[in-house]
Design a protein around this ligand. Structure first.
Ligand code: UT7
Length: 359
């Protein structure tokens, strides 16, 4: 009986670490009564149309040189007029389901992380449920801006570990081109559209999500926001004329907070797992700005070969960012089953997070 209680104490997910215990394999701590939250399939989708920095030079007062040196971005994918967030999400979801060997009908829950839903309601998750034919699944949207995918992984894990659900789909999907002011050079060069998805399943005593850190600071909500379209400022002719329905960002302050927040989240995730950064085979950071990624990596003591970067191709796709990167990293063989990987995110809210996964 005592042994059973001790085992429960040592293996409860996301509880604070027991400092006297040293775990050679962090999985030992997070494997709760034999249940593991495994990522059994990932997938992504980006729309066909590409806008290059050279294209942007013709639209606003900018240069390829400025965008490349300040951000690392070279091009971004932009959805067609009749292609919406639910379409991007559905395509990514079907690819993840196929890779997991799971049918849409097997899904218990669909979580869509997005700040660009098709419409205020119904949720994009419900639209995706219909599009992919997942008629058994509960469905809801999650709004944590660029941090949404890690928030989604953590929520899925909680449902799986609590035995509420066995099979959960988490998607980060955005059509940011629909809220970008294409006349504002400060923001329009930064963002792109796309979606990334993961299927999470209970797999007894298998590899999986070890820990996910989530953080927020609403005191800095004004740094990055879209003021119009909600209950505070519904759409009117005046709100449209005043550009209230576009994304706004204080770039420099956001930059500083991004570095600090991702660093704090990553350190906390490593501390919970009682591992050093050198144990992480691949680090997948939010793909907003190459300089942010370099600053965080350097402070973490990570080597360049540990970092996965694809922002030159997609720009910042918010909630889809690390989800697309995860799918590409898997497809390119950057790590193998059993390796430890870490995701790090930061976004409006402010929100941030980090997750350690035994792949
Ligand atoms: O996903 C959510 C998190 N988002 C982020 O993490 C984004 C964080 N912020 C950033 O990535 C950077 O702050 C930016 C890339 C947005 C801006 O880089 P910066 O080095 O902080 O530049 P800045 O804002 O200080 O602007 C420097 C100059 C300004 O001109 P003046 O005022 O010094 O004459 C801007 O007007 O660069 C100008 N500028 C541009 N010039 C050419 C701003 N955008 C452009 C542009 N092309 N596209």
């Amino acid at each position: 009986m005592f042994a059973l209680k001790l085992e429960l104490l040592l293996t409860a997910p996301n509880m604070s670490p027991i400092t006297s215990a040293k775990f050679k394999n962090p999985r030992a701590k997070y494997n709760f009564q034999g249940r593991t939250c495994s990522i059994t399939g990932v997938g992504s989708y980006v729309p066909a149309k590409v806008i290059t920095n050279a294209d942007l030079e013709k639209m606003v007062d900018t240069t390829d040189e400025w965008i490349t040196t300040r951000t690392g971005i070279k091009e971004r994918h932009i959805a067609a007029q009749d292609e919406f967030t639910s379409d991007l999400a559905s395509r990514a979801a079907l690819r993840a389901l196929e890779n997991a060997g799971v049918t849409p009908q097997q899904l218990d829950l669909i979580i869509i992380a997005t700040i660009t839903p098709d419409m205020p309601f119904p949720s994009t998750a419900c639209l995706v449920q219909r599009k992919i034919g997942a008629h058994r699944a509960a469905a809801f949207d999650l709004e944590a801006a660029c941090s949404g995918f890690i928030y989604g992984l953590e929520i899925a894990q909680q449902f799986i570990m609590s035995r509420t659900y066995d099979t959960v789909l988490v998607v980060g999907a955005e059509k940011l081109s629909s809220i970008v002011d294409w006349k504002d050079r400060n923001t329009c060069v930064l963002f792109g559209d796309g979606a990334g998805a993961a299927v999470l399943q209970n797999r007894p005593n298998a590899h999986g999500l070890l820990t996910a850190v989530m953080g927020a600071d609403g005191g800095k909500a004004d740094l990055l926001s879209m003021p119009g379209g909600g209950s505070r400022c519904p759409a009117t002719a005046e709100s449209v004329a005043a550009h209230m329905h576009y994304l706004r960002m204080e770039g420099k302050e956001t930059f500083k907070n991004a570095v600090q927040a991702m660093l704090t989240a990553a350190r906390e995730a490593l501390r919970r797992c009682e591992i050093d950064i050198s144990r992480i085979k691949c680090i997948i950071p939010h793909q907003a700005n190459r300089r942010i990624i370099d600053a965080v990596s350097e402070r973490l003591g990570a080597k360049p070969e540990q970092i996965f970067i694809n922002l030159h191709k997609y720009g910042n796709t918010s909630a889809a960012s690390v989800a697309i990167a995860l799918d590409e990293a898997v497809a390119s063989g950057r790590f193998q089953r059993g390796d430890l990987i870490m995701l790090m995110v930061f976004g409006a809210g402010l929100t941030w997070g980090a997750a350690v996964i035994e792949w």
